[in-house]
Design a protein around this ligand. Structure first.
Ligand SMILES: C[S@@+](CC[C@H](N)C(=O)[O-])C[C@H]1O[C@@H](n2cnc3c(N)ncnc32)[C@H](O)[C@@H]1O
Length: 232
């Protein structure tokens, strides 16, 4: 009987310590331990956006985007995102961008072509958002432009622009390569590119590694699935 009680007690502490570790390793626990009101408020905002928009990013990824947009405030150029879906990540950018101009690109018919390099979880037509729904979601933000179609066939209106921040969330090799081909040379010095899925989608990773093989910039892996480039 005594042994059973000791075992039950030990199990209780194992379970409790696992639960505490789990909570401490989550993004919300980090900000509480820093007791930083700005971080806490920002995570609250990101959680609200997640609920409103079917956001496909986890909170730490959302936070990375928010902060990267903020720190490029003084860099010359517009902002852009390719891979809008229902506008979740676009809304995060909107919340952080101030009055800067944001260009948003999506087929609004889901992923275009998916190649043999790409992870098997992806298929053409996946993640189809609706143009009107996104327009409605973002109607309160100024200087936001939406472009429907396969990028870069829709990129004409921004050909002569420079960029301070761009976000790619396009899942596949070809789309990622097209984004890099288009935006790299248009990034201002000190501008930031963030991509989702670098650590989760084979095609995205391959596109970045090939593209940056002969470039001076580093591919900075973020702890979750993203990567970041700071333009030299
Ligand atoms: C995973 S979803 C984006 C999720 C969104 N960023 C979020 O966090 O809620 C991927 C999107 O990329 C879009 N997409 C992929 N390749 C594209 C391309 N070449 N041109 C336009 N849209 C593309 C798809 O239509 C889809 O909406």
């Amino acid at each position: 009987m005594t042994r059973i009680l000791i075992n039950a007690k030990a199990n209780f502490w194992v379970v409790l310590s696992k639960a505490v570790n789990y909570i401490l390793s989550s993004q919300r626990a980090t900000i509480i331990s820093y007791n930083d009101k700005y971080r806490r408020d920002t995570f609250d905002l990101l959680h609200r956006i997640e609920k409103e928009t079917d956001l496909l990013l986890c909170p730490s990824e959302a936070y990375t985007i928010f902060m990267a947009v903020k720190v490029t405030e003084k860099i010359n150029g517009d902002l852009a995102e390719v891979g809008v879906y229902k506008g979740g990540s676009s809304k995060i950018i909107c919340e952080a961008k101030g009055l800067r101009t944001l260009h948003l690109f999506d087929t609004f018919e889901g992923l275009p072509e998916v190649g043999s390099i790409d992870s098997k979880q992806f298929f053409a037509g996946q993640y189809a958002g609706t143009f009107d729904e996104v327009k409605e979601n973002l109607k309160n933000y100024e200087n936001v432009y939406l472009y429907k179609g396969v990028f870069p066939t829709t990129a004409d209106p921004i050909k002569t622009k420079k960029f301070s921040f761009v976000h790619f969330d396009v899942d596949t090799y070809l789309s990622t390569k097209e984004c890099l081909n288009f935006f790299y040379e248009r990034m201002s010095k000190g501008g930031i590119m963030v991509s989702h899925d670098y650590n989760a989608a084979e095609g995205v990773r391959r596109a970045f590694q090939e593209f940056f093989a002969d470039k001076p910039e580093h591919i900075i892996e973020i702890a979750n699935t993203q990567c970041m480039i700071l333009k030299f």
